[in-house]
Design a protein around this ligand. Structure first.
Ligand code: PLP
Length: 454
């Protein structure tokens, strides 16, 4: 394929995130020009099912006029104002109230930020600030999980448990620890049941807390379903056992619902799906369908009250972002939540999601499929070439990349996380579109299988 003028200008002038700069210079970018429902179109007019909803984020599809109108109305009345030093604006107040009403557990306050990374970074700072306010200056260590993903700022990349986010950056920082990844299919021992595996995961967490000293651990950060680590669904009884350990040692729970929130797992929040009772919830992506950059932190009273207590002598909270709670972003967030509710998109994620899971499960017997996993409208297909050994081609990610490329040729954009293909389509997807998507996946697997044989 020849590289267009836009493509070569991109190579010349633009540095990309999550891109190998060397291969980018030779292969060039896929230039996306417009969106329409669950589809996007490239500069040559080729249409793709966006099976990742962009970056796990566009709940209402790529052409929702109501979000455009909401942004325009806000632009015309108050295009910008901030929330520093006792100022506020209607759009932020309204959306904060909406989020508190929507939360699956009693929450006290909302703090607005602009990205998932900023939100997690802010939670880390607020936890440290809270410990200082409480006169517990040693209670500052944070535990996350191997393969967890929480962002890329210095602090949130440290929480992230993927080597690729640490390599070359001298991370993680001190105070951040990682416990085991609850991927039963890959990490479970011979003869170990899913429940026994969950017991072992909770024991690993407890052992780490005891080793470090319970009085030094402030919080545990986790995605209810791990996204960027490869769509890893928690094993049965995992969350109840983990929460029992956290309660025993007075460790706060931060649920990173950046991917899972706003219907993805078939409930409004995955904390409902898995009966999680977080002290802090981190929300972004589908909060605004990513039409505007926006994230929100929900804090319960256990988290917030010490910060607002008369005994806190730290004074003004020295933290906040110019664009945090930007009026246009929160107005779009509000309208996006209205649409999710009015169109029953959470219900659609449950029903059409069950169809997606069932269709993908039908691929389990394919010679290249190791594990099919997922819940609601999020799924992972882990590819292998040797089913018994659970291994793929010698070079990790090579098989995933090959199938992903084939899918792109067939008009489906997905993402291969190593050798796992991730699926996270817009919540507006219907059963027929799911069928088209899974048919293309089948075709891509067959074609790859053929080319491996020859
Ligand atoms: N947390 C989770 C669970 C995510 O999946 C992501 C992004 O993919 C982030 C945090 C970071 O969000 P952002 O890319 O907006 O900084």
């Amino acid at each position: 394929n020849s590289i267009s003028q836009q493509g070569s200008d991109d190579i010349a002038f633009h540095m990309h995130p999550y891109t190998n700069a060397i291969t980018h210079a030779s292969q060039g970018p896929l230039v996306i020009t417009r969106g329409d429902g669950i589809y996007v179109e490239d500069e040559n007019g080729k249409k793709y099912i966006e099976a990742m909803a962009g970056l796990w984020s566009v709940a209402v599809g790529f052409s929702e006029q109501r979000l455009v109108d909401a942004a325009m109305r806000q632009m015309q009345t108050l295009p910008f104002y901030h929330l520093f030093t006792h100022k506020t604006h209607e759009a932020a107040v309204r959306f904060a109230k909406t989020l508190i009403d929507l939360a699956p557990v009693p929450m006290s306050k909302v703090f607005f930020t602009n990205s998932g990374s900023e939100a997690n970074d802010t939670v880390m700072k607020l936890l440290w600030y809270r410990s200082n306010a409480l006169g517990q200056p040693n209670k500052k260590k944070l535990i996350a999980r191997h393969k967890g993903y929480h962002g890329v700022t210095i602090a949130s990349a440290s929480l992230t448990g993927l080597p690729g986010n640490h390599k070359g950056f001298d991370l993680p920082i001190e105070r951040v620890l990682h416990t085991t990844c609850p991927h039963y299919w890959r990490e479970g021992k011979d003869g170990e049941t899913e429940e026994d595996f969950a017991t072992r995961m909770a024991a690993d967490l407890e052992a780490l807390i005891q080793k470090e000293g319970p009085d030094t651990i402030a919080a545990f950060f986790a995605e209810p379903v791990m996204g960027a680590g490869g769509v890893i669904v928690p094993p049965k009884t995992y969350w109840e056992k983990i929460q029992a350990v956290l309660n025993k040692y007075d460790v706060l729970l931060v649920a990173d619902e950046v991917i899972c929130g706003f219907g993805r797992t078939g409930k409004m929040f995955a904390s409902e799906t898995y009966d999680i009772k977080p002290d802090v919830m981190v929300l972004s992506k589908q909060i605004s369908s990513s039409y505007q950059p926006l994230s929100a932190i929900l804090l319960n009273s256990r988290m917030f009250d010490p910060i607002a207590d008369e005994s806190n002598k730290l004074g003004v909270l020295g933290h906040g972002f110019t664009a945090g709670g930007h009026p246009v972003a929160v107005a779009v967030g509000q309208e996006n939540v209205n649409i999710i509710r009015e169109r029953n998109l959470v219900q659609n994620a449950a029903v059409t999601g069950a169809h997606l899971q069932q269709r993908l499960a039908g691929l389990s017997d394919h010679p290249l499929v190791g594990e099919v996993r997922g819940v609601g409208l999020i799924a992972g297909l882990e590819l292998v070439t040797d089913k018994a050994a659970k291994t793929a081609l010698a070079s990790p990610g090579q098989l995933g990349t090959a199938v992903g490329r084939k899918l792109q040729e067939l008009g489906v954009i997905t993402r291969n996380i190593g050798d796992t293909l991730a699926f996270c389509p817009p919540l507006i997807i219907n059963a027929e579109q799911v069928d088209t998507l899974v048919d293309a996946v089948t075709q891509a697997l067959d074609a790859t299988q053929q080319s491996l044989r020859s």
